[in-house]
Structure formats: C-alpha cells, structure tokens
Write a protein that binds this ligand. Structure first.
Ligand SMILES: [Zn+2]
Length: 120
C-alpha cells in the first residue's frame, strides 16, 4: 500500500471516529444529569436500548482507535491468513478487517460448518 493510499484510508477512519465522538456527546447530553444534577429517568426499555447502543458504539470506537495504531505498523493491510495484500477497496469498506476477501469467505464457511455441527 502506498503512503497516499494509507493516508486516504486514515481519513476514512478518522471521519468515522469524529462521527462517533459527536454521537457520544449527544448521548451524554441525553443521558447525563439534568440541570438540577439529577439523573434523568427514562423508561427502562428505552434506557436498555441506549445502553446497548452505547456499548456497541464504545466498542466500535476502541476498534477504530486500535486500527489507527495498527496503521502505523509495517504489515498493516496484509492478510493475517495468507499474507497477501488486502485490496484497498475492501479496506475502505471494512477498514478493521485483518483478512482478504478470499480468506474471510473461507473462514466464515468454516465457522458456519462448525456452528452447524454444534447444532446437530
Ligand atoms: Zn488472505
């Protein structure tokens, strides 16, 4: 991968981090303390939905931050399974992937087979 490709990819990731950051700010504004310092009370179902969202969003944020760190490493963009370069198009779509499309498909099939075996 060229330095230019890498920096374009980094922009994609950083843009998503900014989006998440803004969404988290909003979340805090909705779920934080009200002007009297009291915790806002919400319907339990809504609150749980929000917690789910928060949990997933926090996890995604961590993933993206780790990814930025990984971009500094020399073997970034190389498939961890076969050692081939992961296509740039794929990295732009799924920047957090560690596998090329071919290996990913194979791994997923293997997983489905294993899952099938457990179910039977
Ligand atoms: Zn591969």
């Amino acid at each position: 991968m060229t330095a230019e490709q890498l920096s374009r990819l980094r922009e994609v990731v950083e843009a998503e981090i900014q989006d998440i950051h803004a969404a988290l700010e909003q979340w805090r504004a909705c779920n934080g303390l009200d002007e009297n310092g009291r915790q806002r009370v919400e319907e339990t179902a809504v609150r749980m939905l929000h917690q789910d969202w928060k949990h997933n969003t926090d996890r995604r944020m961590m993933e993206l931050l780790r990814l930025l760190g990984r971009m500094e490493e020399e073997d970034f963009g190389v498939c961890q399974e076969c050692g081939e370069d992961i296509s740039l198009r794929r990295l732009e779509l799924v920047p957090t992937t560690a596998f090329c499309a071919v290996c990913m498909e194979r791994l997923e099939q293997k997983e489905q087979k294993l899952a099938g075996r457990v179910a039977v």
